[in-house]
Design a protein around this ligand. Structure first.
Ligand code: NDP
Length: 484
């Protein structure tokens, strides 16, 4: 636990909404408090957006989309994104400290994982702004047919609390590179860095209304954003349950939707794996970010006689008391289903500033069958179910026997088997002899109920552009269908 330092929370920070380039109070005047999950102390008081504020933000984004933003060249959009990536790098120490204070993740993770990837995403998509191109189509006759790739329009983006700033980057960078405007709703648990990012976005020179940031609650602000008729595209990351609500709300307007939802990833250790590598990977797969990762390797399939869990690790607190209680609930459920706690299963007893923190020990269950709830439902905490297997055919059935399909890990020295499994597992990302690898250039997203659409890489741009087909007559003659 030593890597988490108590944050400076003596004077809570204050944040307003960012709408149309102005920092404003919520129409209702309401605010909410966000605590530091390591200590329970208030980190910030934040204006609470609701339906009226969402409406204002969507209208501002529409004005910006049809006004100034549409007149700015692709090159200048790219330059602003690049400038933003540089500002993030310049401010990364402060942003990392705030990410840790708001979310609870150890400063090592904020500093060496989150912040570099945030900057990388803006830098990567800065390059794309000038490379979003149409095509010419070889149609028959005296016709010229070409396509234009155009921005979708106003995007409503709803993000979770597990990687607060990184999720904002995954959503904002491709949307802005493609020329869209955005209304972003951060999670109620972790709004702080989204607001700080808003300040940097202003400094980077984006015109007013291009990015509007409206923290608030999911049931009010989030729901209003998903259902707003002025939104052309909704992008959501979070639970599968809420993802379905978002898709239903957007369906009334036939807004485009992309969803990055939950997972219950199989992480498979074959007996021939390099065990040191596999043990490291199994721990990284589940305990990284306190287990609060959609692609966490929470089902650890281990071939007979392999015991990969024998090292200690350093953990931060869970993001909230609600999340902590949810994890405890699953530990009870698992034990009632017949699973055995091999290690962890409780909150540690901590002294001083951390007494009220939302900590939970890394937890390993054995005697788990794949049908049990602990193996089927997303816990979103540092809880791994170890499931034995002998037969490869049975393994692939079990690995795919889940409503989810976000990611999977494989540990083996057998290259043929590795690629065969990579093909057979129904998931959007496969890691072979590694885990949790991400890059701004590489697509990420799910199969099945883990959602649809891809984040990062050129595939992300597909979600943020429309294709327009343009036909031009080259003959100069009438069509002649009705004579002449
Ligand atoms: P949610 O899916 O509820 O939250 C994700 C985002 O959606 C937040 O910004 C939230 O707002 C917002 N939201 C909530 N309800 C609505 C709604 N009706 N309409 C529109 N937006 C809404 O996840 P939770 O934070 O509640 O976590 C619950 C579980 O979800 C976790 O235990 C985990 O299993 C899963 N999860 C998965 C994530 C992933 O990356 N796939 C990320 C986070 C959670 P707000 O929080 O501000 O109320």
């Amino acid at each position: 636990m030593s890597s988490v330092q108590p944050a400076e929370t003596k004077t809570p920070r204050k944040y307003q909404l960012l709408i149309d380039g102005k920092w404003v109070d919520a129409e209702s005047g309401k605010t909410f408090l966000t605590p530091n999950p390591a200590t329970g102390e208030t980190l910030a008081e934040v204006a609470e957006a609701d339906k009226a504020d969402i409406d204002k933000a969507v209208k501002a984004a529409r004005r910006a989309f049809e006004g100034k933003w549409s007149k700015i060249s692709a090159r200048d959009r790219g330059r602003m994104l690049y400038k933003l990536s540089q500002l993030i790098e310049e401010n990364s120490a402060e942003l990392a400290a705030l990410e840790t204070a708001d979310n609870g993740k150890p400063i090592k993770e904020s500093s060496y994982v989150d912040l570099p990837q945030v900057a990388e995403n803006f830098e990567y998509f800065a390059g794309w702004a000038t490379k979003i191109e149409g095509e010419t189509i070889p149609v028959p006759g005296q016709m010229f047919n070409y396509t234009l790739r155009e921005p979708v329009g106003v995007c409503g983006q709803i993000i979770p609390w597990n990687f607060p700033l990184l999720m904002a980057a995954w959503k904002l960078a491709p949307a802005l590179a493609a020329g869209n405007t955005v209304v972003l709703k951060p999670a109620e648990q972790t709004p702080v860095n989204a607001m700080e990012l808003g300040k940097l976005i202003e400094q980077a020179g984006f015109p007013e209304g291009v990015v509007n940031i409206v923290p608030g609650y999911g049931e009010t602000a989030g729901a209003a954003l998903a259902a707003h008729p002025g939104i052309d595209k909704v992008a959501f990351t979070g639970s599968t349950e809420v993802g379905k609500l978002v898709a239903k709300a957007a369906a009334d307007n036939l807004s485009k939707v992309s969803l990055e939802l939950g997972g219950k990833a199989p992480n498979i250790v074959f007996a021939d794996a390099d065990l040191e590598q596999a043990v490291n990977g199994a721990m990284m797969g589940i305990f990284f970010n306190q287990g609060q990762v959609c692609c966490a390797g929470s089902r650890l399939f281990v071939q007979e006689d392999v015991n990969p869990m024998d090292k200690a690790t350093h953990m931060g607190p869970q993001v909230s008391e609600e999340q902590l209680n949810r994890i405890k609930g699953y530990v009870d459920i698992a034990q009632k289903e017949g699973a055995t706690v091999v290690s962890g299963g409780v909150s540690p007893k901590l002294e001083g500033a951390f007494q009220k923190g939302y900590f939970f020990q890394p937890t390993i269950f054995s005697d788990v069958k794949n049908q049990m709830r602990v193996a089927q439902e997303e816990i979103f905490g540092p809880v791994v179910s170890v499931i034995g297997f002998r037969d490869e055919d049975d393994l692939i059935k079990q690995a795919n026997d889940t409503i989810y399909g976000l990611s999977a890990g494989l540990w083996t020295k057998d290259i043929t088997r590795a690629h065969r499994f990579a093909k057979e597992i129904r998931a959007g990302v496969i890691w072979i002899n590694t885990y949790n690898m991400f890059n701004a250039a590489s697509p990420f997203g799910g199969y099945k109920q883990s959602g649809y659409g891809r984040e990062m890489g050129k595939h992300a741009l597909e979600m943020y552009t429309n294709v327009k087909s343009v036909w031009v007559d080259l003959s100069g003659k009438p069509i002649g269908w009705f004579g002449n």
